[in-house]
Design a protein around this ligand. Structure first.
Ligand code: RB5
Length: 146
């Protein structure tokens, strides 16, 4: 990943994992944009998925990490923007494939479904795996991403 700016956002279901991932991202020296939420108080995931989409659309960051209970709702919210290709991942392999084949620019994690070590594996692969291009570029183009 060349651009070192990355955003992270979660709902209450993802708050604890976000705090753990912040430590990992900080240890890598990344420039982090924390879009909240900032406590375990109940919030609505669409707001945080939309905040991520805005940050990507406005080129504040090139990559993002989303976390909710399942990773699903917050990814659906972010994917409403054509600028976002958010992939829900449950393993390092799924995160690697999301980069290699889909050029995913947002990783979405389900804090209630995976453990912290698996989340770390996903982040590692998401940050270090390059898009393969070629036939995958043609398919990504057909997604109509902006
Ligand atoms: C919140 O309870 C939960 O519904 C949310 O974190 C997420 O899993 C939705 O997709």
């Amino acid at each position: 990943m060349s651009n070192t700016a990355i955003a992270i956002a979660c709902d209450h279901g993802g708050f604890d994992l976000k705090q753990q991932l912040l430590g990992l991202l900080e240890s890598k020296g990344l420039d982090i944009l924390d879009l909240g939420t900032n406590s375990r108080d109940s919030v609505d995931y669409p707001e945080f998925g939309a905040a991520m989409a805005n940050a990507i659309e406005q080129n504040k960051v090139s990559r993002g990490i989303l976390i909710c209970g399942s990773g699903i709702g917050i990814s659906i919210a972010a994917n409403r923007s054509p600028a976002v290709r958010a992939a829900v991942c449950h393993s390092g392999l799924s995160a690697r494939l999301a980069r290699q084949h889909n050029d995913a620019n947002v990783l979405s994690l389900g804090a209630r479904l995976i453990g912290v070590e698996t989340a770390f594996d996903c982040v590692e692969e998401f940050l270090t795996t390059e898009f393969e291009g070629g036939r995958h570029q043609r398919r990504v183009d057909k997604l109509g991403s902006s």
